[in-house]
Design a protein around this ligand. Structure first.
Ligand code: SF4
Length: 274
Protein backbone atom coordinates (compact mmCIF):
# COMPACT_ATOMS: atom_id res chain seq x y z
CA UNK A 1 0.00 0.00 0.00
CA UNK A 2 1.49 3.35 -1.00
CA UNK A 3 1.50 6.20 1.46
CA UNK A 4 0.26 9.67 0.66
CA UNK A 5 2.87 12.44 0.49
CA UNK A 6 1.39 13.99 3.62
CA UNK A 7 1.80 10.68 5.43
CA UNK A 8 5.36 10.34 4.16
CA UNK A 9 6.30 13.79 5.36
CA UNK A 10 4.69 13.01 8.70
CA UNK A 11 6.90 9.93 8.86
CA UNK A 12 9.86 12.23 8.37
CA UNK A 13 8.55 14.57 11.03
CA UNK A 14 8.31 17.55 8.69
CA UNK A 15 4.69 17.74 7.64
CA UNK A 16 2.97 20.11 7.02
CA UNK A 17 5.76 22.69 6.81
CA UNK A 18 7.44 21.77 3.52
CA UNK A 19 6.21 20.10 0.42
CA UNK A 20 7.84 19.42 -2.89
CA UNK A 21 6.83 21.87 -5.58
CA UNK A 22 6.47 21.07 -9.25
CA UNK A 23 9.26 22.19 -11.52
CA UNK A 24 12.84 23.01 -10.64
CA UNK A 25 12.24 25.75 -8.13
CA UNK A 26 14.23 25.46 -4.95
CA UNK A 27 12.26 23.86 -2.13
CA UNK A 28 13.60 26.25 0.45
CA UNK A 29 12.39 25.67 3.98
CA UNK A 30 10.72 28.49 5.81
CA UNK A 31 13.19 28.14 8.64
CA UNK A 32 16.36 28.53 6.59
CA UNK A 33 17.72 31.39 8.65
CA UNK A 34 17.46 29.59 11.94
CA UNK A 35 18.72 26.38 10.41
CA UNK A 36 21.76 28.09 8.97
CA UNK A 37 22.46 29.71 12.29
CA UNK A 38 22.84 26.26 13.79
CA UNK A 39 25.55 25.33 11.34
CA UNK A 40 29.24 25.63 11.97
CA UNK A 41 30.71 29.04 11.31
CA UNK A 42 32.61 27.74 8.29
CA UNK A 43 29.51 26.49 6.58
CA UNK A 44 28.41 28.80 3.82
CA UNK A 45 24.87 27.43 3.91
CA UNK A 46 23.12 25.25 1.38
CA UNK A 47 24.43 26.73 -1.84
CA UNK A 48 25.82 23.71 -3.67
CA UNK A 49 29.46 24.67 -3.99
CA UNK A 50 31.55 21.83 -5.42
CA UNK A 51 34.31 20.18 -3.42
CA UNK A 52 36.44 17.35 -4.62
CA UNK A 53 36.91 14.36 -2.38
CA UNK A 54 39.31 11.50 -2.69
CA UNK A 55 38.75 7.86 -1.85
CA UNK A 56 40.06 6.66 1.49
CA UNK A 57 43.28 4.72 0.95
CA UNK A 58 43.39 1.22 2.38
CA UNK A 59 46.21 -0.39 4.31
CA UNK A 60 49.02 -1.74 2.15
CA UNK A 61 48.60 -5.32 3.38
CA UNK A 62 44.94 -5.35 2.53
CA UNK A 63 45.60 -3.85 -0.88
CA UNK A 64 47.46 -6.96 -2.03
CA UNK A 65 44.53 -9.21 -1.06
CA UNK A 66 42.02 -6.95 -2.74
CA UNK A 67 43.81 -6.43 -6.03
CA UNK A 68 41.27 -8.45 -8.01
CA UNK A 69 38.23 -6.62 -6.72
CA UNK A 70 38.71 -3.74 -9.17
CA UNK A 71 37.81 -5.94 -12.14
CA UNK A 72 35.05 -8.07 -10.58
CA UNK A 73 31.57 -8.30 -12.03
CA UNK A 74 28.53 -8.42 -9.73
CA UNK A 75 28.49 -12.21 -9.18
CA UNK A 76 32.20 -12.26 -8.36
CA UNK A 77 31.78 -9.28 -6.06
CA UNK A 78 28.92 -10.97 -4.20
CA UNK A 79 30.98 -14.10 -3.70
CA UNK A 80 34.08 -12.19 -2.61
CA UNK A 81 32.16 -10.16 -0.04
CA UNK A 82 30.33 -13.20 1.29
CA UNK A 83 33.65 -14.97 1.89
CA UNK A 84 35.70 -11.94 2.91
CA UNK A 85 37.91 -12.03 5.99
CA UNK A 86 39.89 -8.89 5.26
CA UNK A 87 39.06 -7.28 8.60
CA UNK A 88 37.95 -8.33 12.06
CA UNK A 89 34.30 -7.61 11.36
CA UNK A 90 34.05 -11.00 9.65
CA UNK A 91 34.30 -12.75 13.00
CA UNK A 92 30.91 -11.84 14.44
CA UNK A 93 28.81 -11.39 11.33
CA UNK A 94 25.98 -13.73 10.45
CA UNK A 95 26.46 -12.71 6.85
CA UNK A 96 28.04 -9.95 4.84
CA UNK A 97 25.61 -7.40 3.39
CA UNK A 98 26.73 -6.15 0.00
CA UNK A 99 23.81 -3.87 -0.87
CA UNK A 100 20.41 -3.86 -2.45
CA UNK A 101 18.69 -2.32 -5.42
CA UNK A 102 18.99 -1.43 -9.05
CA UNK A 103 22.54 -2.18 -10.18
CA UNK A 104 22.27 0.51 -12.85
CA UNK A 105 20.65 3.12 -10.62
CA UNK A 106 21.05 6.85 -11.02
CA UNK A 107 20.81 7.21 -7.22
CA UNK A 108 23.31 5.60 -4.87
CA UNK A 109 22.74 5.96 -1.12
CA UNK A 110 25.58 4.85 1.14
CA UNK A 111 25.23 4.29 4.87
CA UNK A 112 27.56 3.14 7.59
CA UNK A 113 27.27 -0.61 8.10
CA UNK A 114 24.75 -3.36 8.79
CA UNK A 115 22.96 -3.42 12.14
CA UNK A 116 21.54 -6.47 13.87
CA UNK A 117 18.48 -6.75 11.62
CA UNK A 118 20.49 -6.18 8.48
CA UNK A 119 23.01 -8.78 9.62
CA UNK A 120 20.19 -11.28 10.11
CA UNK A 121 18.34 -10.55 6.87
CA UNK A 122 21.24 -9.74 4.56
CA UNK A 123 19.84 -6.44 3.36
CA UNK A 124 20.84 -2.90 4.33
CA UNK A 125 18.42 -0.56 6.07
CA UNK A 126 15.65 -2.97 7.04
CA UNK A 127 14.94 -1.86 10.64
CA UNK A 128 13.41 1.36 11.92
CA UNK A 129 16.15 3.36 10.22
CA UNK A 130 15.31 1.53 7.01
CA UNK A 131 11.67 2.51 7.31
CA UNK A 132 12.68 6.11 7.71
CA UNK A 133 15.02 5.85 4.73
CA UNK A 134 12.17 4.45 2.65
CA UNK A 135 10.01 7.40 3.74
CA UNK A 136 12.79 9.80 2.84
CA UNK A 137 13.11 8.19 -0.58
CA UNK A 138 9.38 8.28 -1.16
CA UNK A 139 9.23 11.95 -0.20
CA UNK A 140 11.35 12.73 -3.26
CA UNK A 141 9.50 10.23 -5.43
CA UNK A 142 12.05 7.45 -5.10
CA UNK A 143 11.60 3.85 -4.15
CA UNK A 144 14.06 1.26 -2.90
CA UNK A 145 15.17 -0.88 -5.82
CA UNK A 146 13.72 1.39 -8.49
CA UNK A 147 16.59 3.45 -9.92
CA UNK A 148 18.00 3.40 -6.38
CA UNK A 149 20.84 1.33 -4.94
CA UNK A 150 21.63 1.23 -1.22
CA UNK A 151 25.03 0.19 0.12
CA UNK A 152 27.14 0.60 3.22
CA UNK A 153 30.71 1.66 3.96
CA UNK A 154 31.37 -1.72 5.58
CA UNK A 155 29.63 -4.93 4.61
CA UNK A 156 29.76 -6.68 7.98
CA UNK A 157 28.08 -5.66 11.21
CA UNK A 158 30.29 -3.84 13.71
CA UNK A 159 29.71 -5.48 17.12
CA UNK A 160 27.16 -3.64 19.20
CA UNK A 161 26.31 -1.50 16.18
CA UNK A 162 29.29 0.69 16.91
CA UNK A 163 30.65 3.02 14.26
CA UNK A 164 33.07 1.19 11.98
CA UNK A 165 36.70 2.06 12.56
CA UNK A 166 38.78 3.79 9.93
CA UNK A 167 40.81 0.64 9.30
CA UNK A 168 37.66 -1.41 8.79
CA UNK A 169 36.27 1.09 6.31
CA UNK A 170 39.61 1.17 4.50
CA UNK A 171 39.68 -2.63 4.33
CA UNK A 172 36.17 -2.69 2.88
CA UNK A 173 36.68 0.26 0.55
CA UNK A 174 37.64 -1.78 -2.57
CA UNK A 175 34.19 -3.40 -2.52
CA UNK A 176 32.35 -0.11 -2.28
CA UNK A 177 34.62 1.42 -4.88
CA UNK A 178 33.83 -1.45 -7.23
CA UNK A 179 30.11 -1.07 -6.56
CA UNK A 180 30.30 2.59 -7.52
CA UNK A 181 32.25 1.72 -10.67
CA UNK A 182 29.71 -0.92 -11.68
CA UNK A 183 26.65 1.18 -10.92
CA UNK A 184 28.02 4.45 -12.33
CA UNK A 185 25.38 6.50 -10.49
CA UNK A 186 24.51 10.06 -11.40
CA UNK A 187 24.47 11.09 -7.74
CA UNK A 188 25.79 9.63 -4.49
CA UNK A 189 24.11 10.55 -1.21
CA UNK A 190 26.20 9.73 1.86
CA UNK A 191 24.20 8.96 5.00
CA UNK A 192 26.20 9.92 8.05
CA UNK A 193 29.73 10.83 8.92
CA UNK A 194 31.20 7.35 8.56
CA UNK A 195 30.04 7.12 4.96
CA UNK A 196 31.39 10.58 4.33
CA UNK A 197 34.73 9.55 5.76
CA UNK A 198 34.82 6.30 3.77
CA UNK A 199 34.03 7.81 0.39
CA UNK A 200 35.39 11.35 0.58
CA UNK A 201 38.05 11.10 3.29
CA UNK A 202 36.29 14.13 4.63
CA UNK A 203 37.04 14.79 8.29
CA UNK A 204 34.73 17.73 8.88
CA UNK A 205 31.61 17.37 10.95
CA UNK A 206 28.66 16.26 8.91
CA UNK A 207 26.74 19.39 9.80
CA UNK A 208 29.51 21.48 8.28
CA UNK A 209 29.50 19.45 5.07
CA UNK A 210 25.79 19.48 4.32
CA UNK A 211 24.86 21.64 1.37
CA UNK A 212 28.26 21.21 -0.27
CA UNK A 213 28.45 19.40 -3.57
CA UNK A 214 31.46 17.12 -3.48
CA UNK A 215 32.94 15.15 -6.34
CA UNK A 216 33.83 11.48 -6.37
CA UNK A 217 36.45 10.71 -9.02
CA UNK A 218 37.65 7.31 -10.18
CA UNK A 219 39.42 7.51 -13.51
CA UNK A 220 37.03 9.05 -15.99
CA UNK A 221 34.10 8.48 -13.65
CA UNK A 222 33.03 11.70 -11.93
CA UNK A 223 29.99 11.62 -9.67
CA UNK A 224 28.58 14.47 -7.57
CA UNK A 225 28.21 13.64 -3.91
CA UNK A 226 26.01 15.10 -1.20
CA UNK A 227 25.92 14.27 2.48
CA UNK A 228 23.08 14.15 4.95
CA UNK A 229 22.26 12.59 8.28
CA UNK A 230 22.00 8.85 8.78
CA UNK A 231 18.38 7.79 9.36
CA UNK A 232 19.35 6.12 12.65
CA UNK A 233 20.67 9.47 13.85
CA UNK A 234 17.48 11.18 12.72
CA UNK A 235 15.41 8.76 14.78
CA UNK A 236 17.26 10.00 17.86
CA UNK A 237 17.41 13.65 16.83
CA UNK A 238 13.99 14.53 15.49
CA UNK A 239 14.62 18.27 14.89
CA UNK A 240 17.34 17.40 12.39
CA UNK A 241 14.80 15.71 10.14
CA UNK A 242 14.08 19.19 8.82
CA UNK A 243 17.70 19.54 7.78
CA UNK A 244 17.59 16.14 6.12
CA UNK A 245 14.61 17.34 4.16
CA UNK A 246 16.63 20.32 2.95
CA UNK A 247 19.35 17.91 1.87
CA UNK A 248 16.91 15.71 -0.01
CA UNK A 249 15.52 18.71 -1.85
CA UNK A 250 19.06 19.70 -2.82
CA UNK A 251 19.73 16.14 -3.94
CA UNK A 252 16.65 16.18 -6.11
CA UNK A 253 17.65 19.47 -7.71
CA UNK A 254 21.16 18.16 -8.28
CA UNK A 255 19.82 15.02 -9.91
CA UNK A 256 17.64 17.06 -12.21
CA UNK A 257 20.71 19.02 -13.26
CA UNK A 258 22.58 15.79 -13.80
CA UNK A 259 19.82 14.25 -15.86
CA UNK A 260 19.46 17.33 -18.03
CA UNK A 261 23.20 17.80 -18.46
CA UNK A 262 24.12 14.17 -19.11
CA UNK A 263 27.06 12.97 -17.05
CA UNK A 264 28.66 16.40 -16.62
CA UNK A 265 28.73 18.07 -13.23
CA UNK A 266 26.64 21.22 -12.90
CA UNK A 267 28.81 24.13 -14.08
CA UNK A 268 27.31 26.58 -11.63
CA UNK A 269 28.45 27.36 -9.01
CA UNK A 270 32.24 27.15 -9.35
CA UNK A 271 34.54 24.75 -7.51
CA UNK A 272 35.37 25.64 -3.94
CA UNK A 273 38.73 24.50 -2.63
CA UNK A 274 39.30 22.43 0.47
S1 SF4 B 1 33.64 -5.48 6.66
FE1 SF4 B 1 34.31 -5.59 4.52
S2 SF4 B 1 36.54 -5.91 4.63
FE2 SF4 B 1 35.70 -6.42 6.67
S3 SF4 B 1 35.33 -8.65 6.59
FE3 SF4 B 1 33.41 -7.63 6.00
S4 SF4 B 1 33.46 -7.53 3.75
FE4 SF4 B 1 35.56 -7.94 4.46
Amino acid sequence: MSLTRSRLLQEMGIDPVWRLRDGNAAETPAATASTSAEMDAGDAGLGPAVKQGSPTPMAAGVAADMAGVATMDWPALRTAVADCQACGLCRERKQAVLGVGDEQADWLFIGEGPGAEEDARGEPFVGQAGKLLDAMLAAIDLKRGDNVYIANAVKCRPPGNRTPEAGEMAACWPYLKRQIALIRPKLIVLLGRAAMHAVLKEERALGASRGTLFEYRDGELVVPVLVTYHPAYLLRNLPDKAKAWEDLCLARRTMRQQQSAGSDLPSDPPTRGN
